[in-house]
Design a protein around this ligand. Structure first.
Ligand code: SF4
Ligand code: SF4
Length: 462
């Protein structure tokens, strides 16, 4: 975590947070911000005017804890430029507004970790501290990726309580099991005694439910899941969406296998990446048209959220909502959730088959690969590439009918999305980023490939 925080001074963060928190408190004390006398109807009004009818799931037959089917993924909190121009800081006032709106509309599950350069837990803690503890459930993770020592791992664990300002954690996860294979799992949690330590913490009540999040190969999943007899995994967080159900990329395992293995053991599934890092909301135009034709009034993203929430063993579906519009759209989808019919499921599987024909790179913008020591903005490069694929702006040859339009769109958009010094041509191929990528993307290979493509476009040699 220290690495994540090293670029941001604590004092600067607190300064911003302090100002924003005070401003937000005033709003809360006043009930609401005064508005114009005659307000225009907005999406907020639409959502506000509906009765609260969020769908909830019970943790188990024995434990009737209700969890909202929409879980707030706190990995993409809004940021604001730092006053000194050195990077970004979390915009605490906006975080508070999003949390207030989510709480008001029934969201009671908040999933955080060392996200947003390490500041997510602190910002999430500040926002939630304003509510009675029983009204929300916190999930956070042991992210001892680079320093596995017991001492460091316990320090990270304890720091989460401080940053979140809580005395117990509802859902505690071993973070991103699978990355690095079973040897890394053993080093992070078994050989240092951390799993035993966390089990004792669960017995002591400081952890209410213990589980793990998974990105990796089938053999690791099977081996860690087989530990259920001794550990009793309370829940497991998996990547599930209608593309990954049968078409998981890289080392990832198809979601149908992951889900069904959990179901066999009656372990609740928490869903991450329902939108595959936004890829399932930024689809090629004709696939968007296909979804819109079937349900014109609903968003493209709502299909993916209904898919992820429909299976009965799913406890909650996480969404990293940076903008109010995304939160409102998801609330519409899940208040209440209308499970997919069998016909609609098949329609989405057919849609997934169409999507696989587009050669996008499976980056979900998680930023775990950042910062690159050489300054490459890896996710921005990959997202721009994917955007051009989806928009039909990936020229294959100078003979293409739309070659000139596609060339211009790619090159102009590239310079706008990624500063020159952070583009793919500055990658030296050191591979330091690869072990961090949960999607198993060979990042230097992709940087080289994209750079070759850019050079060909520039030279007119495609
Ligand atoms: S391989 Fe390239 S992108 Fe990855 S860390 Fe090295 S320089 Fe950065
Ligand atoms: S390249 Fe991998 S680690 Fe980096 S943002 Fe994309 S998915 Fe995340």
């Amino acid at each position: 975590m220290d690495n994540y925080k090293k670029n941001i001074g604590r004092r600067e963060f607190l300064r911003i947070v302090g100002i924003a928190t005070a401003a937000s408190s005033i709003n809360i004390l006043q009930g609401c911000t005064p508005g114009p006398k005659k307000k225009l109807k907005t999406a907020v009004d639409d959502a506000d005017s509906r009765p609260a009818k969020m769908t909830y799931r019970n943790f188990s037959d024995q434990e009737k804890e209700s969890v909202s089917i929409l879980g707030y993924g706190c990995m993409r909190w809004p940021t604001t430029p730092s006053p000194d121009g050195k990077g970004d800081l979390i915009d605490q006032e906006k975080v508070n507004q999003l949390v207030d709106y989510a709480m008001k509309h029934g969201v009671n599950y908040y999933d955080t970790s060392v996200y947003v350069q390490g500041w997510s837990e602190k910002a999430t803690g500040i926002a939630l501290k304003r509510y009675p503890r029983k009204r929300f459930k916190i999930a956070t993770k042991l992210s001892n990726f680079s320093n596995y020592t017991r001492e460091n791992s316990i320090k990270m664990y304890k720091q989460s309580f401080v940053d979140l300002q809580v005395e117990y954690i509802d859902y505690y996860l071993l973070h991103s099991i699978g990355n690095g294979g079973i040897r890394t799992f053993n080093a992070r949690y078994i050989e240092n005694g951390m799993l035993d330590y966390l089990i004792k913490e669960r017995e002591a009540g400081r952890i209410r439910h213990l589980g793990f999040s998974f990105h990796g190969t089938k053999d690791v999943f099977d081996e860690v899941l087989a530990m259920h007899e001794q550990v009793h995994w309370d829940f497991v967080q998996i990547q599930l969406n209608y593309l990954d159900w049968n078409h998981a990329s890289g080392n990832n395992v198809n979601a149908d296998y992951l889900y069904e293995e959990l179901q066999k053991k009656h372990i609740p599934a928490i869903i991450m990446e329902p939108l595959l890092g936004g890829r399932l909301s930024k689809l090629p135009d004709h696939i968007v048209a296909r979804l819109k034709q079937r349900q014109p009034e609903n968003s493209v993203a709502s299909w993916a959220f209904r898919f992820a929430g429909s299976p009965a063993n799913v406890l909650t579906v996480l969404s990293g909502m940076t903008y109010m519009e995304h939160l409102q759209d998801n609330l519409r989808t899940y208040s209440p959730l209308v499970p997919l019919t069998e016909d609609e499921r098949q329609f989405l599987f057919d849609t997934a088959n169409l999507i696989t024909q587009y050669p996008t790179i499976p980056c979900n913008d998680c930023k775990y690969c950042m910062p690159c020591p050489y300054g490459i903005d890896i996710p921005a490069i990959l997202l721009h590439y994917n955007k051009c694929v989806n928009e039909g702006n990936l020229a294959r040859s100078i003979q293409d009918e739309n070659y000139h339009q596609a060339r211009r769109a790619f090159l102009v958009g590239y310079d706008r999305s990624v500063p020159r010094l952070r583009q793919a041509d500055h990658c030296i191929g050191c591979k330091q980023c690869n072990p961090h990528c949960p999607q198993s993307i060979d990042i230097p290979h992709q940087m080289q490939r994209i750079n070759d493509f850019v050079e060909n476009l520039k030279q007119g040699t495609l």
